[in-house]
Design a protein around this ligand. Structure first.
Ligand code: ZN
Length: 258
């Protein structure tokens, strides 16, 4: 396996400035997912389209913890899950990651980044028949949630057809009895979405774990609030947050940029 040092510079010189920036952002995204307690050892994936290269995705390498991912170690694959051979990183990819993420990218051209997590709160909500509930204000950020029933480990590309049909126009999908997916038109937007989805899953499980009856809001208020989020908040998802999050990473460890 090549060392990070041996790869440093080589990948950057070989790719477009736009691809390099996407690699930096994807590595930062992995670091942030870990920083905020949403990683699952070597599991899970973050994928992003390669700007200007139709049919190519970037994905975190199999075998690195999220807090080890760097821009150079990110792997480029095609829509069939094959590693693009002209930029060998030395790392493999998670086949199940490709099946799920590939389906999301193929279903919607506006989806430039997909994030998948297996957090306790996310998996707990995924196991509830009721799904995501409008528990608090932040929950109503998620006006459109797609659901996908569990059908075993996602190793068969045949499952992509079902996943693509389930997505619709949603920017989040709850994989039932499994975990969470967040989609975005940028890495910044997708991270903002998974962060906020994780937060409301935690709140929901906290509320459901009490013996008190949950206060339900009027349906009209719920729908109005969802509409306001859709109009005023979601279009700006991550725009202000992302630069601040990168500054936060850079204050302690900027090696994701290597
Ligand atoms: Zn999973």
């Amino acid at each position: 396996m090549p060392t990070q040092k041996s790869k440093l510079g080589k990948v950057r010189n070989r790719v477009s400035p736009q691809e390099w920036q996407t690699r930096v952002d994807l590595a930062a995204c992995c670091r942030l997912i870990d920083l905020y307690g949403m990683s699952d050892m070597l599991g899970n994936n973050v994928t992003a389209r390669v700007p200007g290269e139709s049919g190519h995705l970037l994905i975190n390498p199999l075998g690195l913890l999220y807090d080890e991912v760097t821009a150079s170690s990110v792997v480029k694959i095609d829509m069939d899950g094959n590693i693009v051979s002209d930029e060998p990183s030395g790392y493999g990819v998670n086949q199940a990651g490709f099946v799920i993420h590939g389906a999301m990218h193929q279903a919607r051209q506006d989806v430039n980044c997909v994030i998948h997590t297996h957090t306790p709160a996310g998996m707990a909500v995924s196991a509830l028949e009721c799904g995501l509930l409008p528990v608090v204000q932040n929950s109503m950020r998620f006006g459109s949630v797609a659901y996908h029933d569990f059908n075993g480990l996602s190793l068969d590309v045949a499952e992509q057809t079902v996943l693509m049909a389930a997505l619709g126009e949603a920017d989040v999908m709850i994989l039932r009895n499994h975990g969470l997916l967040a989609m975005g038109n940028s890495i910044a937007a997708a991270f903002d979405t998974i962060y906020r989805l994780e937060l409301v899953c935690k709140v929901q499980m906290a509320v459901l774990s009490t013996d008190e009856k949950m206060r339900r809001m009027p349906e009209a208020v719920i729908e109005d609030t969802k509409a306001m989020y859709k109009k005023y908040v979601i279009p700006r998802a991550g725009l202000l947050e992302w630069p601040a999050l990168l500054r936060k990473l850079d204050r302690t460890d900027s090696s994701y940029r290597n």
